[in-house]
Design a protein around this ligand. Structure first.
Ligand SMILES: [Zn+2]
Length: 105
């Protein structure tokens, strides 16, 4: 494609809105939950699985907020099992290394 773009308009950023906090972040820092055509809900970190997807920060606060308001189920238009939220929280823990200051749990 090499169009005569002048750089006045910023390039389309690859951002996604978190279903937990509503902030828009780079998808690199988010987890993706996808609902397959067969109705199976799973976590797809690579972001390549087909189907309807929802994004959430790799942050336990966001996971809990999403669980409270059933945000994933609403985004996916499909019930989301609690184990999905549990798995998301686990993945947050894995990613959170440097700033993991909470000792409770
Ligand atoms: Zn968030």
């Amino acid at each position: 494609m090499g169009g005569p773009s002048k750089g006045l308009t910023p390039p389309r950023r690859r951002i996604r809105r978190c279903v937990g906090c509503g902030k828009e972040l780079s998808r690199n820092s988010m987890l993706r939950v996808v609902r397959s055509p067969s109705g199976e809900v799973s976590i797809n970190a690579a972001g390549k699985a087909p189907g309807r997807g929802a994004y959430i920060c790799a942050d336990r606060e966001c996971v809990r907020a999403a669980m409270k308001k059933n945000a994933l189920a609403r985004a996916l238009k499909h019930p989301v099992d609690k184990r999905i939220y549990a798995l998301l929280e686990e993945m947050c823990g894995e990613r959170d290394g440097a700033c993991g200051a909470d000792g409770t749990g």
